[in-house]
Design a protein around this ligand. Structure first.
Ligand code: AP5
Length: 218
């Protein structure tokens, strides 16, 4: 499948993409993870992205679009775009790239959640920077604090999860990313899910709605 995961920071896009990528035969492509990896390696792209990311703003469209083009070239099979597109210009560029490959997006999934929940989730999030796997010290703690259950690697808190930066990211989402919802609604591709439910329930709702939309399309 070729899917877009849309929604505010902390809505659970990354969590569900990790759970579903094997089941849906679709590779998770997280623009945030790719940028963080580049920053960790000190690449030109990482250096360029740094100030935007630490302030909670968006990295310029042309940089992100070039990055996605490179990802699509490496890709065989389906994808889950996690955190992309974040502006209407990015959505239009993605459609143009996919049109060339004759592989249109199947659906865009919107994760709905309220602001209070998002802030609480982000300030309690712990991430394995190597794999991108996330935990939450309140709702989904690791067995040993600060250590990944799966690979024993260290868990860290993201610097952009501090309350002030979270507030800025939510404001940027409302201003720049919310219009992308209408873009996919107008294309008849939007699926909405309740992202406030427990992780397993969100997975169930998502899979069931994707199956219904696949049946309707065939
Ligand atoms: P990015 O890394 O994409 O961050 P984001 O979109 O702000 O999303 P998050 O990763 O914060 O949230 P999520 O929805 O994935 O939630 P998660 O599953 O982790 O972007 C970072 C920065 O990079 C941007 O600010 C920007 O600067 C730049 N950037 C990235 N893409 C860009 C683009 N396309 N254009 C321009 N700039 C770009 O869950 C959050 C927490 O909640 C976790 O602790 C998790 O365990 C917990 N949780 C998840 N689901 C549930 C549940 N159902 N119940 C209880 N807890 C849950």
């Amino acid at each position: 499948m070729r899917l877009i995961f849309l929604g505010p920071p902390g809505a659970g896009k990354g969590t569900q993409a990790q759970i579903l990528q094997e089941r849906l035969h679709a590779k998770q492509i997280s623009t945030g993870d790719i940028l963080r990896e580049n920053r960790a390696k000190g690449t030109e792209l990482g250096k360029l992205a740094e100030s935007y990311m630490t302030s909670g703003g968006l990295v310029p469209d042309e940089v992100i679009i070039k990055m996605i083009e490179a990802e699509l070239e490496k890709l065989q099979g389906g994808f889950i775009m996690d955190g992309f597109p974040r502006t209407v210009a990015q959505a239009q560029a993605l459609d143009a790239l996919l049109e060339k490959r004759r592989t249109p997006v199947d659906a865009a999934v919107l994760f709905n959640a309220d602001r209070e929940t998002l802030v609480n989730r982000l300030t309690a999030r712990w991430t394995n920077p190597r794999t991108g796997r996330t935990y939450n010290s309140i709702t989904n703690p690791p067995r040993v604090a600060g250590v990944d259950d799966e690979d024993g690697g260290p868990l860290v808190q993201r610097e952009d999860d501090e309350p002030e930066t979270v507030a800025k990211r939510l404001e940027v989402y409302e201003r720049q990313t919310a219009p992308v919802i209408e873009y996919y609604r107008n294309a008849g591709k939007l699926i909405e899910i309740d992202a406030l439910a427990p992780v397993d329930d969100v997975t169930r709702e998502l899979v069931s709605k994707l199956e219904s939309s696949e049946r309707a399309a065939s």
